[in-house]
Design a protein around this ligand. Sequence first.
Ligand code: SF4
Length: 281
Amino acid sequence: MVAEVGTGWPGDLASRSTPVANTVDDVRRLAGSAPSVDHLSARSSVCRACPRLVTWREKVADQKRAAYTGEPYWGRPIVGFGSDRPRLLVLGLAPAAHGGNRTGRIFTGDRSGDWLMAAMHRAGFANQPTSVSADDGLDLIDARIVAAVRCAPPSNKPTPAERDTCGLWLTRELSLVASTVRVVVALGGFAWNAMFDAMRTAGYQVPPRRPRFGHCVETQAAPPTLERYAPETVSLLACYHPSQQNTFTGKLTVAMLDEVFQHAAEVIGDRRGVSQVTPAG
Ligand code: SF4
């Protein structure tokens, strides 16, 4: 069972009249015409344009992990979460099968979310250091998190076609927040590459040669020229993904994650105070 629209799942913006994308052309049309971030989120939350991913996300939601057998699963695309006028945009790969795909919110209900939210809280971008469920009171401050691919993929590996199709939602979302975004943090190489493609399509002037992904690599982009009130430049920051593979092995440490988000806060120019919360993990 997946979460049906109109049944009151926390944060569900869709209604029974929300148009459903069943093809790539549908996504192009519905994303391109979305007048606001909320419209885009509602439309993408009912998207069915990638047959393989629709089958997978719903199968996972039906079979569940043993630890969650008594819980409902979301089983639908995971939309952006946070401010609709963010100064920080965080881009991840795709929702986890038993994390976002279960809870209905990005980076929620798994260890990756624990690491990310603790770091964002310490840097002043979140009101609490934990991300457990869609109704846990988490609020992002001047920040938004979005996935490059909105449906949980098998083995965390979307195909190039799925990446490109979902990139249409991402491109429109980047356009809708272009007037405020000052820093984009890409979590992992997949998100780093997807970010450049989507920003270029959205009208950002990105470097012609994409810098090779590496932790703390930074470059600059110019917002779409039609955005009269946008910042002059946008910092693009690369960060290792807080996956268990990276955090268990020490490839990514709490200090390394803090380095990225503290730097993002400095670029934005408002530190908002730094929490003394004990780091996750
Ligand atoms: S991955 Fe994106 S484009 Fe594909 S079905 Fe999910 S929301 Fe739609």
